[in-house]
Every structure is written in structure tokens, then in C-alpha cells.
Design a protein around this ligand. Structure first.
Ligand code: PGA
Length: 255
């Protein structure tokens, strides 16, 4: 039985290194005694080294992005090996905020396979910008999944984590309805079964992301039928993030 995955995406926060230690140690304090959930904290690259000193036990370190080349003349980029050096275990790939800056499914595919090659677990983000009555957004999700996972070898596919994040629910006032998420989880699983096999699809963890708080986290897990959550704003508040942890550690298992 795999544990729920709780990923905190700090985005371009905090501004000062001293707050990195404070956030992680406060989170540890507030979540003391809780178990049953794998927590991943994804600080900005410049704070990875600092965060690596404080992440321990059930808290792993993640990055928010990564380049696909091993080394060379790529100004401003960070290689998988550099991240491995600080024990980074997960990497968010293709977040909608990066896609907005021009990241394509092709780039996401390259980064996903490079992460796997370096033994970093990729959290591949997909999600539609808007919804339409005819259900064309489902084609968009299908295309994102097929093209982004195109380069993943069958032997490594079960290390991939999919994060479904509808763009319209990110940074919004409320999350997507958990029953609607249940439909989306089924759709994603169905697509993965077609691409790979049922056995493989069963092993791929599907997360939800977009305006998760301590109030909707448990419902999203239980009713949305997801394996975990990708949390933005609420992950910056250690107390709130710990409450999300607590609420999902009490969630009923579907297995
Ligand atoms: P949010 O962000 O929780 O602040 O909506 C989620 C994300 O962008 O990953």
C-alpha cells in the first residue's frame, strides 16, 4: 500500500534564506507525531542546498524544475546531477506557470526522461486552462499526457507521478469539486491504461493541485480518489501545511 504524497511547491518564495530553515523546522514542529504521508518540499533552486540540511525522515526534497542536459553551455539552467548532489528526490516538471513561459510538451518529455535517468522522480503537471461544454479539454489532457510521457521507457514509467492541476483552480478562491476530480482521475487512469497497461497505470500516482487548504484536502483525497496533493500557497504556511498533512493522514484508504 503506497503512502499519500504531499508536495509543497514554494514557487518563488521565500525571499530570504533564513526563512527556509524556519519554515521547515516549524512544519516539523507542527506535524510531530504524524505519519503515513510522504512529504516533499520544493524550494527555489537557490535554496536547495540550505533546505537539504533540514529535510529528513519522511520529508524529502524536491525541485521546481530542471534542465534535461547533463552539462554544458546552458546559461541559467540546473542539471539533474546538480540536484542529485543535494539529495533531491523529486522534481516538478511542466508546471502550468512554466508552460505559460513557453515550456512545451516536447520539453516536458525531455525533462521527464532526463529526471528518470538520474533517478529523480518526476512530478509531471498537466491541466487545462479552461473548460468547455463539449469536453475538448479532455483532448488537451490526453495530448499533454501522451506527449509528455512519450520518451519514458516502460521499465521506468511507474516512477512517474502525474499532477493534475486545472489552471483555472490554481491560485484561485476555491479548489475544483472533489467529485469532478474523481471523474478526472478515472479519465487520467483510462488514458494511462491505453498508453501502457492496467498494471502500470495502477502504479502511477495521480495528484491533484489547485487551491488546496486544510479544509478541502481530505475530501479531495477521499472523494477525488487521488494519491496525493500538490500544494502552492498553503505550503508556505507551516501550520496550515501541517494541518493538511494531519487531515490527509486521517483519510480513508481506498485500497
Ligand atoms: P495553489 O498552487 O495551491 O496556490 O493554488 C498550486 C500550484 O500551482 O501548484
Amino acid at each position: 500500500m503506497s503512502k499519500y504524497l504531499l508536495v509543497g511547491n514554494w514557487k518563488m518564495n521565500p525571499q530570504k534564506e533564513v526563512d527556509v530553515k524556519k519554515k521547515i523546522s516549524d512544519f516539523k514542529k507542527h506535524s510531530k507525531g504524524l505519519r503515513g504521508v510522504d512529504v516533499v518540499i520544493c524550494p527555489p533552486h537557490v535554496f536547495i542546498q540550505s533546505a537539504s540540511r533540514f529535510c529528513s525522515g519522511s520529508i524529502s526534497l524536491g525541485a521546481q524544475d530542471m534542465f534535461w542536459k547533463k552539462e554544458g553551455s546552458y546559461t541559467g539552467e540546473t542539471s539533474p546531477e546538480m540536484l542529485r548532489g543535494f539529495d533531491v528526490q523529486y522534481v516538478i516538471i511542466g508546471h502550468s506557470e512554466r508552460r505559460e513561459l513557453g515550456e512545451t510538451n516536447e520539453i516536458v518529455a525531455q525533462k521527464t526522461s532526463a529526471a528518470l535517468e538520474s533517478r529523480i522522480l518526476p512530478i509531471v503537471c498537466v491541466g487545462e486552462k479552461t473548460r468547455d461544454e463539449e469536453g475538448k479539454y479532455l483532448d488537451e489532457i490526453k495530448t499533454q499526457l501522451t506527449e509528455s510521457l512519450r520518451k519514458v521507457p516502460k521499465t521506468k514509467i511507474d516512477s512517474v507521478v502525474i499532477a493534475y492541476e486545472p489552471v483555472w483552480a490554481i491560485g484561485a478562491s476555491s479548489a475544483m469539486d472533489s467529485h469532478e476530480m474523481h471523474q478526472m482521475t478515472l479519465f487520467i487512469k483510462k488514458t494511462l491504461i491505453k498508453m501502457f497497461s492496467r498494471k502500470v497505470a495502477d502504479k502511477i500516482r495521480v495528484l491533484y493541485g489547485g487551491s488546496i487548504t486544510e479544509d478541502n484536502a481530505r475530501d479531495m483525497i477521499e472523494l477525488g480518489n487521488v494519491d496525493g496533493l500538490l500544494v502552492g500557497r498553503a505550503s508556505l504556511d507551516p501550520k496550515q501545511f501541517a494541518l493538511i498533512y494531519k487531515n490527509i493522514s486521517n483519510a480513508k484508504r481506498r485500497f
